[in-house]
Design a protein around this ligand. Structure first.
Ligand code: F6P
Length: 342
């Protein structure tokens, strides 16, 4: 009986449990055994695993997060960790490993393939939706709906108090959540990492709006949006993949806007609320389709491949194609959002 390992790495997102459930259910039909590796690459370094059967995945479909746990552990940080990763892969007797992750987790998968652990299949996930080679990653739709709902709630209080409301959303390098939640929530300005902020222009747009008798405005800003001088970070400490912790752009924007326009301004940082909670129907379906396809790739020994969404079809692409470039916001979509600025 073939033995498949599965791990979920990097930031969690809604839709991971539907993937795990689909992998286990499809494997059962194919006669494969499934071993869950806990907490991403950390579990492979520490040989921390659990057997996954039909019973263990029962009831997890609507739950957010990941029943396997996750971490931002990078086995390439220390030579002994890499050694352990390779040893445990053998010790566990894995015929294949399904790696569910974003650019960092899949980046490790791609390196391992080059280093001789070739029997790997990738599944893309991130709320940021910034992975190439797939039209959407699961997690994004849920995050987008959460952010939109929050913007709707902020709208009513902004309107009542005649305030400017700055809403900071996630999006490290790409402003997908900001752009789409901004469009869906009727934002008056949307600021994304792809385009440096021009604070004079932002204030000009708000003032123009107020001259039209509007007494409130909503500004959506992605956490990774930057002034020409660079990103605003919470702390300089880097994680194991070399990322700084972002946050603070909303606060800075709010202060600047109030100072320059005189309009009372507040900030709301949505933070990890966007990553939590029950997955949307779209993310449950996408995660399920990805999970089933991942097992099919294992069955057909199509290793080094990643499942992906192209239009409405589930296809497979080289893992490398997903991580070599970042999928930034479609300029045409951003242009559409600008029709509603000011
Ligand atoms: O999952 C990606 C992401 O949501 C980024 O947008 C954000 O910068 C990061 O995760 C924060 O993750 P954490 O606080 O878990 O390290």
């Amino acid at each position: 009986m073939a033995k498949i390992g599965i791990l979920t790495g990097g930031g969690d997102c809604p839709g991971l449990n539907p993937v795990i459930r689909a992998v286990v259910r499809k494997s059962y039909i194919e006669g494969f055994e499934v071993i869950g590796i806990k907490n991403g690459w950390k579990g492979l370094i520490e040989n921390d695993t659990l057997k996954l059967d039909l019973e263990s995945v029962s009831g997890i479909l609507p739950k957010g997060g990941t029943m396997l746990g996750t971490s931002r552990t990078n086995p390439y940080k220390k030579p002994q960790d890499l050694q352990k990763t390779k040893e445990n892969f053998k010790k566990l007797g894995l015929d294949a490993l399904i790696v569910v992750g974003g650019e960092d987790t899949l980046g490790v998968a791609s390196k391992l393939i080059k280093d001789g652990i070739t029997n790997i299949v990738g599944v893309p996930k991130t709320i940021d939706n910034d992975l190439s080679a797939t039209d959407y990653t699961f997690g994004f739709d849920t995050a987008l709906n959460t952010a939109t709902e929050c913007i709707d709630k902020l709208h009513t209080t902004a309107e009542s108090h005649h305030r400017i409301m700055v809403v900071e959303v996630m999006g490290r390098h790409a402003g997908w959540i900001a752009t789409e939640a901004g469009i869906a929530g009727g934002a008056d300005v949307i600021l994304i990492p792809e385009i440096p902020i021009d604070i004079d222009e932002v204030c000009g747009l708000i003032q123009k709006r107020h001259q039209r008798d509007k007494t409130f405005s909503i500004i959506v800003v992605a956490e990774g949006a930057k002034f020409k001088e660079g990103m605003i970070t919470q702390e300089e400490k880097l994680d194991e993949f070399g990322h700084v912790r972002l946050g603070g752009i909303g606060e800075t924007m709010a202060k600047e806007i109030e100072k320059r326009t005189g309009y009372e301004t507040r900030v709301s940082v949505l933070g990890h609320i966007q990553r939590g909670g029950t997955p949307s129907a779209f993310d449950r379906v996408l995660g399920t389709r990805f999970g089933v396809k991942a097992v099919e790739l294992v069955k057909n020994k199509k290793f080094g491949r990643m499942v992906a969404l192209s239009g409405n079809k589930i296809i497979d692409v080289a893992i490398q194609d997903a991580i070599s470039t970042l999928k930034t916001v479609d300029p045409e979509l951003y242009e559409i959002s600008k029709v509603f600025f000011g």
